[in-house]
Design a binder for this molecule. Structure first.
Ligand code: PRX
Length: 653
């Protein structure tokens, strides 16, 4: 293999790791070696966290029973680490740069303004009875108030549960109920690509079924929602300006729950993945700094939504803890035209830009012109996250968007990991298109044989294929599933003891680089959204026309994975375009528009084993047009369903 060199032209070396790969290797070793790791993490935490009370132990516990804990005995306040500590030197620096849905309507908020705004929101929450330890559900669009609502929660010690504002009332209700939130923050409406999303209306529909909710705090986005207010509603645009712009920052224990975020798994309802204050904040801040070689004058744009973990870590907490300028992008990449991202890069002189492969692939389809007509000379680092990036999209991002001068950070991580667990470091790690390269500090990847759970042997020059586990806790490894530690253990820690199981397939190549090959469980990744097959199936079988449903992912040019649902219709029901449309609608309204199936295929019978288990492997192969690789079908109760299935899929595609 040709020797790889780090590519990072605009400014050369990584500021914090000027010694390149050798220094990374030394630091990495220090971060995991039992004799040096405490000291490594002690130094890192001193850089990012202002301790109210110093901690007694750097880390305790482990993955055996999921009692891993970091900076035990310490106390901190996350909003103070993100805001107060910058006020002496950066009060006037832009903290949040908001790019509104309509181009030309951006707004800048300084660190002092965000500090004041956060304190006022925190005081408004307290005034209405919200107390330390209470859960607050946040169902809000991409506006600065949303970041301030999150920071206000951390200021007064209330765990937040942000629910992506594309979810339906039912999904919102389930999440409010599961976290037992008495308090909900929302906005009148959300704006996206010129569309108006009636958030207050959706929130009302959800909260009407949640008798525990005491107050709904309604922030104003446009003031045009036209929905009646209830006694439980608080008009934040009237209340917030009346509040004092200072609020006491509660001293929170390192290991207390900072937030939960609901995410899909292979079975059952979405689970509330819980993160704790110190470990999460440290890792979000460290990865922002190292993975993107963050500098003081950077304009950092992560164009995800705050409703997902990427927005938590790389729009709000990571950049603000570093005292950086973070961009909040309200719109979509194609509004008003497919040059929107690059026009925004030119206008705000964005230097770090972080998006998902699905957006890159969608924009590639419009050609180079919408990119090239905008000045992108401010760009240094281009990040990607959410799914494996195909080398073709990687090259386009690198060559066209980055003019072959920027480093690409293909950051691999999960809601559960809190921050990047594998990523190249700009100017340090030689990049390979499609590989998330090497582990971040503190992370010990293991490639395991899926069946035996044994580590697959690897040495330089060899490849190892298997499933990916992480051996030891890193600071932001999620701590539990809210209210269900048994489920946490079963999902992550009991599968390949004593490791954390990621649910992803992985190859370690000849150079020791890691390549994520996608989920090996029943989780779909469509346009970077994580969706459990069980959720889609339960939405479908809730319809009287559907007797049984099986959902699988299949290769999709833009989305990465498309959603394909095979259906056995109820006896006496015949298939029609109207019925299929109705069923798509049923999934949309149960989960959200992003979960709309791409293919709905009624079949005479699903391929089942004699014990009645659906053989998804066969369904996947047929949907991917790999029917020549079906493997052994003799264990099927009725092998004759297979040719019928193949014919039906060909017709549907
Ligand atoms: O399959 C992996 C994929 O996204 C999953 C995590 O999804 P979620 O919790 O929604 O978090 C998305 C944002 C962190 C992983 O299990 N994934 C994420 N990043 C990458 C990736 N697959 C390959 N390469 C990546 N860079």
């Amino acid at each position: 293999m040709a020797e790889l060199k780090p590519v990072y032209d605009p400014i050369g070396q990584h500021h914090a790791i000027p010694g390149g790969l050798k220094q990374y290797e030394e630091m990495y070793k220090e971060s995991i070696d039992p004799s040096t790791r405490d000291e490594f993490w002690r130094k890192q935490s001193a850089q990012f966290i202002d301790w109210i009370r110093p901690y007694d132990r750097v880390s305790t516990g482990g993955f055996a029973v999921g009692d891993h804990a970091w900076f035990v005995g310490g106390q901190l306040n996350v909003s103070a680490c993100c805001l107060d500590r910058h006020l002496a030197t950066k009060a006037d620096k832009t903290a949040i740069l908001w790019e509104a849905d309509e181009p030309g309507q951006s707004k800048k908020l300084s660190y002092l303004e965000v500090f004041h705004g956060t304190c006022r929101v925190a005081n408004a929450l307290k005034l209405h009875g919200c107390r330390k330890g209470d859960f607050v559900t946040i169902y809000m669009p991409m506006m600065p108030d949303t970041a301030m609502a999150m920071l206000a929660c951390t200021r007064i010690g209330c765990p937040h549960s942000v629910v992506f504002a594309g979810f339906t009332a039912t999904s919102l209700k389930d999440r409010i109920v599961d976290s037992q939130s008495k308090w909900v923050c929302t906005a009148d409406v959300g704006k996206r690509g010129s569309k108006t999303i009636k958030l207050k209306e959706i929130t009302d529909a959800a909260v009407n079924d949640c008798p525990n909710v005491e107050r709904v705090f309604v922030f104003k986005r446009t003031g045009e929602h036209g929905v009646p207010y209830h006694a439980r509603d608080v008009h934040m645009d009237l209340v917030v300006p009346k509040m004092r712009p200072y609020c006491h920052a509660e001293a929170m224990g390192s290991e207390e729950t900072m937030f939960t975020l609901y995410t899909s798994g292979s079975t059952g309802k979405p689970k509330g993945v819980a993160h704790s204050y110190a470990g999460y904040l440290l890792f979000a801040a460290m990865t922002t700094k190292y993975s993107f070689d963050l500098r003081d004058d950077d304009v950092f744009a992560c164009v995800a939504d705050v409703g997902w973990i990427t927005g938590h870590s790389y729009i709000v907490y990571g950049p603000l803890c570093n005292g950086a300028t973070t961009v909040m992008f309200e719109s979509v990449p194609t509004y008003p035209d497919p040059g929107r991202y690059w026009q925004m890069v030119a206008t705000h002189k964005i230097s770090v830009f972080y998006t998902a492969p699905t957006a890159i692939r969608a924009l590639m389809a419009y050609g180079d012109e919408p990119v090239k007509k905008h000045d992108r000379s401010s760009l240094r680092i281009l990040g990607t996250v959410g799914e494996p990036i195909n080398p073709e999209a990687w090259r386009w991002y690198f060559q066209v968007v980055g003019d072959s001068k920027c480093a690409i950070a293909d950051t691999y991580w999960q809601t559960e990991t809190g921050g990047h667990v594998m990523t190249p470091l700009p100017g340090v790690t030689p990049m390979k298109p499609g590989s998330c390269c090497l582990p971040f500090f503190g992370v010990e990847p293991k490639v395991l044989d899926a069946q035996s759970g044994q580590e697959v042997a690897w040495s330089k020059g060899q490849r190892a294929d298997g499933v990916l586990a992480l051996a030891k806790p890193w600071p932001s490894a999620c701590r539990t599933v809210w209210g269900d530690h048994e489920r946490y253990m079963a999902t992550y820690l009991d599968c390949y003891k004593p490791y954390y199981f990621t649910g992803d397939g992985c190859t370690k190549d000849e150079d020791g680089y890691y390549w994520i090959t996608g989920r090996v469980d029943d989780v779909l990744n469509t346009s970077g959204h994580r969706i459990g097959t069980a959720e889609v199936e339960s939405a479908l079988v809730a319809h009287p026309a559907v007797a049984q449903a099986a959902t699988i992912g299949y290769p999709h040019d833009i989305k990465g994975q498309g959603i394909c649902c095979y259906l056995e219709l109820t006896k006496g029901i015949t298939e029609s375009p109207e019925l299929l449309k109705e069923l798509k609608g049923a999934v949309r309204s149960a989960i959200g528009p992003f979960a709309t199936p791409d293919l709905l295929i009624p079949v005479a019978g699903l391929p089942k084993t004699r014990s009645g288990k659906i053989m998804r492997r066969i369904l996947r192969k047929v949907a991917a047009a790999e029917e020549d690789q079906l493997g052994d079908v003799t264990t099927l109760a009725d092998p004759s369903v297979v040719p019928l299935l193949i014919a039906k899929v060909k017709q549907a595609q």
